[in-house]
Design a protein around this ligand. Sequence first.
Ligand code: ASP
Length: 322
Amino acid sequence: MKKILIIHTGGTIAMSEDTKTGAVKPNPLNPLHDTIHGVEDAELVVEDFLNVPSPHMTPSYMVHLAKRIDKRVMEERIDGVVVTHGTDTLEETAYMLDLILETDIPVVITGAMRSSNELGSDGPYNLLSSIKTASSLEARGKGVLVVLNDEIHTAKNVTKTHTSNIATFQSPQYGPIGIVSKRGVHFHHHPVSDQRFVVPSLQKKVLLLKAVAGMEPEVLQSLCDLPIDGLVIEAFGQGNLPPRTLPALKSLIDKGIPIVLVSRCFNGVVQDTYGYEGGGKELKEMGMIFTNGLNGQKARLKLMVALEKTSDRERLQDIFQR
Ligand code: ASP
């Protein structure tokens, strides 16, 4: 029988709806403790690590969570791990764990769009699907997985796409790498990249900005006086920015602040295609780092992690290309 460690961190999956006000709120006692008694074929060990709505999650909590998982996996015989989490920042915690966890056993993150006492509550079902996935031998070596609504996604590609629909988690362009059915877990793709970084803690401050038409240069100028270590910009299309933003961005680069470009588009990669003012060619020549399809929130976490290892631009560019 597989021994599965379940680590709760909070989120809607652990909340319930106040029948008078309609407010969905955390519970002092996680309702999932009553749900998961009847799981066959797995011995479950449960830990209440946090009980927070996921907008309260921080990179520092994520690092502590990773350390906790690695410690327990090292000290006990554990075959797989399931983390329950709020869906708002679930993809960020999943990706952070993917980058910094040392263990190779399956680690699955799940959540719910409907709280524990709402009609059609999806939490218990998602938890059960995640336990099945974490128990699967095939889940090994695929990085941290996100399981909801019968689908298995990679931490790298998955994103929350809908505010309320239970099919909110999608991997734009790539799709899920497997499905969960009544009888088991079926993988149909194998992820190709695997980048891991052992970091004791995260000390670097990295900001994320989104480019907009006619973006006010003052936003970027104000950054020049802030104590930041890196910047990620969600640029237009293939990686282009409004010309008025360039002088401040050049000052930041001259100060040694790495700037990583991702796209506002949720499909495709950024590259140095355009040769007009503010186009990708100029941005690349200025020294901006281009990514390989990550979204802004994940690129920010990756830059925080990567900066713990190096501030060399070439090495950062290499890390962000993979
Ligand atoms: N706002 C909630 C949270 O992220 C949403 C959810 O869990 O689905 O904690």
